[in-house]
Design a binder for this molecule. Sequence first.
Ligand SMILES: Cc1ncc(COP(=O)(O)O)c(C=O)c1O
Length: 396
Amino acid sequence: MSRKYDFDKKIDRYDTSSYKWDQSETLFGSRDVLPMWVADMDFQAPPEVVSDLVEKAQHGVYGYTIRTDEYYGAICNWVAARHGWRIEPDWIATSHGVVPALSILVQILSEPGDKVIVPTPVYYPFYYVTEMNDRQVLRHPLLMAEDGRYRVDYDLLERQCSDPTAKLLMLCSPHNPGGRVWTREELERIGEICLRHNVVVVSDEIHADLVFEPHKHVPFASISEEFAQHSVTCMAPSKTFNLAGLQAAYLVIANESLRRKYLYRLKAQAMHEDNYFGAAALVSAYTKGGPWLDSLLEYLQGNFAVMQQHWTAHAPEVRIIPPEGTYLVWLDCRGISPEPEALKRLMYERAKVAFNDGSSFGPEGAGFLRANIASPRAMVREGVERFAKAVRDTLG
Ligand SMILES: Cc1ncc(COP(=O)(O)O)c(C=O)c1O
């Protein structure tokens, strides 16, 4: 592994207004509950990005920002190099975040009362951006195969898409939670069903860069011209480079009329301006961050191995679903308890560690937990050991 980047370095994130670190007392009853939940990383962004941002900060004038050719070029080159997808600069539209974009897409692609097909369990904002816009979630419970990998139920999808009030499919690709990296074949089958019924695919690909060999992320819209015309792709450097607080997401929309609708609504909500630091961080990360990302992926696999080895020996009741992508590990804990409340007590009170409660991703997630392993290895080890000890103390 390249030693150029020090992922072992422990950075104190307490009292930094951190969503993850500064809420343990409020949410879990004690400041010393180790937070391994919210999907950001405890690593510094690539050093090249940090130094570019420091330089930007030192300029001292933080006025309105335009999108430069460099910005569009950085995105086109990144997507081509990492995912083999050739896109045009014109297809790119911005958003402060992927979730705000999902909300706008629900508004422009459906009418109040319509249905949005959502494969579940899923990242919980998929529910609220649908329901708080007065649309209905049409849950598509994913099938869990013997090996713990989620699968799409194509017969069910066909039936759901044939409902004339189902207007869009909100796809999470790679899927969170569960860490599935949908294969080309799976995406083709999903896309063909959606096309047949004129259901637009909104593909949230925020985790696209965080994929482990031999798996390969395939952008849904890259599969065919028809798929590109019937979909919107949401991407961002935020998960990949730990830039979530800078809010620099973007959309790729090849279909011109869809793109116009999106841009119109974005402006109507006066959300079309860019953040001075966000756009700069994106350019810096996409042009200089590749080697850092390759090292990160190796490091994350090492962290996963630590978890797997320790729990195989000391907490075999936890069934670990190896992630194909994302730094979020899906844990089937039904062998400990199928009850979310019991698992929460085990985490917060006994183990003093906070993974995500799986039921927050939908009822299919009850009895599961989701652990974020994007932290220095010593911290991951600590969390893993605390949890195993609590399991042993509880089950004997
Ligand atoms: C699937 C998925 N989409 C979107 C987001 C967040 O996107 P943003 O912060 O850009 O709104 C997350 C964060 O965990 C996620 O897992």
